[in-house]
Write a protein that binds this ligand. Structure first.
Ligand code: ADP
Ligand code: MG
Length: 356
């Protein structure tokens, strides 16, 4: 089932939580709503589910206006951040719950319910735990049960509100890969809310970046990562060096040694600018050429498979962070205090929120 939001606005006293949000999610798509805490993600999800009403705008589910329908009439599955399992029911009964409370006329037979519950428990790889109680499960296992429970009533739309954010990093990573595979099997139209950019990049078909109740950008993970629409998206999607500078005579004067092509401003008269460069787009060399700038290594940190270098270079208003592979690090035999030469690739300059 497709989802379409048209001009959704929601105000709380003295505060606009959602400001004219329009968005389409195609049938079978997995879309991530990504944004910092407080930007309105949960509010939007609750409005789609019918747990909250918007002040203006409409929600169209598969060509049907459901704006004023209550949650129970919408056929939407919801998984929350905090485990919302019934503590006194075992896993089987938790998953069966939505089916067993249906009115008699719609309720499947006992056998059908049992078959469906066991099928879902297998799908989330928890069939071995049917008789256990939530307190006997880990956080990750409980969230898998919560997902099975949401799927039990055959929802047309699945809404997930930071379902993995209370779990530790390794489990979170496993679960998002698992969820991606599961989605490829069942293709239920899904909206996944997260404030974790890595999770969104790895999991989603499409990412919608939200800030202060507004959509900043939407696109595939690659589009939003490689072509951020503005400085907010650049900052939010991954590590980035931000250098401040002044724009004089049509040129951005940051570190004075920015490559020439990044100084051009197409004749714009602008006062301040910011240059954005991802750490892995910074090249480090022992050899000087016409394009690189001298710098000094102030710190070397091991960050998993990568090495992070902190560098200082004359003319830059703050330390430069560069990421290189362990292999380059070994080959270059870098140590603290060494002088090296820095190449800046893929520099993007924004003034205010306008790209130059
Ligand atoms: P997110 O899920 O992105 O962290 P929320 O949608 O929960 O953000 O909240 C967005 C903003 O709306 C926050 O500033 C929050 O304090 C405010 N808010 C949410 N629900 C209510 C409410 N019922 N009453 C007043 N303010 C609310
Ligand atoms: Mg939230």
């Amino acid at each position: 089932m497709s989802i379409e939001l048209r001009n959704i606005t929601k105000r709380f006293p003295g505060y606009t939580a959602l400001d004219n949000i329009s968005l389409k999610v195609a049938t079978g798509e997995l879309v991530a709503l990504l944004g910092p805490s407080g930007c309105g993600k949960t509010t939007l999800l609750r409005i789609i589910a019918g747990l909250e009403t918007a002040d203006t705008g409409s929600i169209i589910l598969e060509n049907r206006d459901t704006t004023n329908l209550p949650a129970r009439s919408k056929n939407v599955g919801f998984v929350f951040q905090h485990y919302a399992l019934f503590r006194r029911l075992n896993v089987f009964d938790n998953v069966a719950f939505g089916l067993s409370v249906k009115p008699a006329a719609e309720r499947p037979s006992k056998q059908e319910i049992a078959d469906r519950v066991m099928h879902l428990l297998k799908l989330v790889q928890m069939d071995w735990a049917a008789k256990r109680y939530p307190s006997q499960l880990s956080g990750g296992q409980r969230q898998r049960i919560a997902l099975a429970r949401a799927l039990a009533v055959n929802p047309k739309v699945l809404l997930l509100d930071e379902p993995f954010s209370a779990l530790d990093a390794k489990v979170r990573l496993e679960l998002r890969r698992w969820l991606r595979k599961l989605h490829d099997e069942i293709h239920v139209t899904s909206i996944f809310v997260t404030h974790d950019q890595e999770e969104a990049l790895e999991l989603a078909d499409r990412i919608v970046v939200i800030n202060k109740g507004k959509i900043e950008q939407e696109g595939t993970p690659q589009e939003v990562y490689d072509h951020p629409a503005n400085s907010f998206v650049y900052n939010f999607l991954g590590n980035v060096n931000v250098f401040h500078g002044r724009v004089r005579n049509g040129k951005v004067v940051l570190g004075q040694r920015l490559p020439d092509e990044h100084r051009e401003l197409n004749g714009h008269e602008v006062k301040t600018g910011q240059a954005f460069i991802r750490p892995h787009d910074i090249g480090i060399s022992r050899i000087r050429n016409g394009n690189n700038h001298p710098g000094v290594i102030r710190d070397i940190r091991l960050t998993g498979s990568q090495i992070t270098l902190e560098l200082e270079s004359a003319g830059f208003d703050r330390p430069i962070e560069a990421e290189i592979s362990r292999e380059s690090w070994r080959n270059l035999e870098l140590t603290k205090g060494d002088e090296v030469f820095i190449t800046l690739d893929k520099v993007r300059v924004f003034t205010g929120d306008f790209e130059i």
